[in-house]
Design a protein around this ligand. Sequence first.
Ligand code: ZN
Length: 462
Amino acid sequence: MPEIHLLSGGTLLPDWSGAGSVADGAVAWSGETILAVGPREELERRHPDAVRHQARGGWIAPGLINAHHHIYSALATGLDPGLTIDGFGQCLDRLWWRLDRAHDEASIRQSARLTSLRCALAGCTTLVDHHASPACIEGSLDWLAEELETAGLSALLCYEATDRNGHAGALAGLRESRRFRDSVRANGRFRGLLGLHAAFTLGDDTLAAAARLAEDGGIHVHVAEDRLDGEICRGRDGQGPLERLESAGLLGAASWIAHGTHLDEAGLDLLARRGALLVHNPESNANTQVGRLDLRAVRRAGVDVALGTDGMSSCLLSALRCAFLLHRQGEGDSAGGWQDCTGLLEGARQRLARLFGQPAYGQLVAGAPADLIVLDMPAAPPPTAGNLIAQLVFGQVPPRVRHTVARGRWLVDHFEACGLDPHRLAAEIRPVREVLWLRFHKLGAGTSYLGPEPGAAGGRPE
Ligand SMILES: [Zn+2]
């Protein structure tokens, strides 16, 4: 039997609800699985020979789950697109749809390594990624999985199919998602979904092909992130983006819907009835100025909601703070907002539990995967369901991650990355990034998928 590890000396949070914390708690694990959690004295008595680790007064909590990420954006930090960007359409066309086309295997692998390091340092042990690399689709999800596995992380992956590079490219994207999904059904660390970019870049034939492959609506797709999605979809046949997915039979309990910023009451009600998950990406919404997700309306409609970073960073706790502040500002509510943000860190847990066949995924309980972190929370009062959000957004911001342990493996030890070496990684990334940026600048913008540029004859309104 592998040796037993025991982490103690802090406050134990069995999940991210804030309820049920144990003041002087501990967690014991062996191999990739948690053996026991509870009061320190009890676990020390039960496991006297365990290898001991110290939380130094921090919060011992489940590893964070980033419910919507884009690894392919990792090397874009500092990239000057060389063109002005005005609005969401140009942001896609002049930045992200050039970057994804510029990727090759080397740049995808390095993006995954850098994202893994950032995730580990930010306490994230599972990420849900939405990948695009139109010049090299086949096998790209394997490259991501190999790098993430080497780094110690777990993930739910998909390739975002789109017609914007031609229908053959869309079908290749669907094939890649299906291939990967089917290849990891028995894998302990990875699962796959069918990926779709967004309804406005998907033709009816592609949606029909996706519907033949999806299982229980098992898609990961951007919906109504900006008004553009609705305008372009309705301009074609009168149907909005969510209606198009619904008409194609693509909405179900396994659907993973990113953004939803411009969904109306009927759209939110449909998501609730289908049991789909909505992923809130507040930092990204603010950055692209697409609008604000009305979290209160989402809650009122009974939609399950989780939190993602949408490639903006890998720090979920920064995204939580942004979600809270934007929510308060938007509601004009200077005292409330806690309830609407409570549960954002837990929103994806049950879906992943189902997908991985691990009933306690994302929780610190016996039998769950040993994914855990320690947050430094100097002089913090005991966490409760009522004060958890306040402590995470007003206290030590963002809380420093002392330890990250993923499937029993130490990724961050007393604030230092112990898997990937940041200095070696920087040296590896530099030449790959230079080549990626050169390819990026050689690629033109002005994709026909958005229609002619604003102001051109027959073009979109400005
Ligand atoms: Zn996204």
